[in-house]
Ligand binder design. Structure first.
Ligand SMILES: [Ca+2]
Ligand SMILES: [Ca+2]
Length: 213
């Protein structure tokens, strides 16, 4: 008989002869030590590995919504509606699906089985739902497109109408907007109302002013 640390019990790695520290009956009853989380498969994993977008439990239970729901979102974070993951506020309504959401399709006849059984199919990400984005307040430094999505303020009325980081509906370069738009710091306003980054000033002929310093 030898002694092992409690945190080596039911951690998926056998430490004792006959693997008695990983015995399913023991693990079903075992309380994981502080800082550990218990998979549905009864294995104890590091609590930091819960809801980190990588499967650590053999049954994937550490990435299920019910596991993610146990994590507290930070104050600069938003909780996804279905996956229950926490994403940064800046990732909400940015045209990219960050919630990684799926819907469970149970195997026929297994509808009442636990939610980790079945297969999963991707669904539209809750952080990009039209209804949410319509009323979403863009964080500081972001500008709200007509379709509700947030883009970097520097991308409004862009020079040569560049489309990187742009509103997909083109609302960031509408002439009536750009006419009255104050370009952000580090940008100059061209005669055609496009905002050009400082470095480009003096290379073009369409500028109101050139910096003569
Ligand atoms: Ca994980
Ligand atoms: Ca997003």
């Amino acid at each position: 008989m030898k002694c092992i640390d409690n945190d080596k019990v039911c951690d998926g790695v056998p430490n004792c002869r006959y693997e008695s520290d990983e015995n399913p009956e023991l693990c079903a009853e075992w309380n994981c030590t502080t800082g550990k989380w218990k998979c549905h498969s009864k294995r104890c994993i590091d609590a930091k590995l819960v809801c980190d977008r990588q499967v650590h439990c053999s049954d994937g239970s550490d990435e299920l919504p019910e596991a993610c729901a146990q994590i507290l979102c930070g104050k600069d974070q938003w909780r996804c509606a279905t996956s229950k993951r926490c994403i940064d506020l800046t990732k909400v309504c940015n045209y990219q699906d960050e919630c990684g959401e799926e819907k469970r399709i149970p195997w026929p006849g297994y509808e009442d089985y636990p939610e980790w059984l079945g297969y999963f199919t991707k669904i539209p990400s809750s952080d990009e739902e039209n209804e949410l984005c319509e009323s979403w307040q863009c964080p500081q430094g972001k500008w709200k497109c007509d379709d509700g999505r947030c883009i970097a303020t520097e991308s409004v009325c862009p020079y040569r109408r560049q489309d990187s980081g742009a509103c997909k509906d083109g609302s960031h370069k509408k002439p009536e907007l750009c006419e009255n738009w104050n370009c952000t710091a580090g940008f100059w306003k061209c005669k055609n109302n496009e905002c050009v980054i400082d470095q480009v000033v003096c290379n073009g002929h369409d500028l109101v002013t050139c910096f003569d310093g």
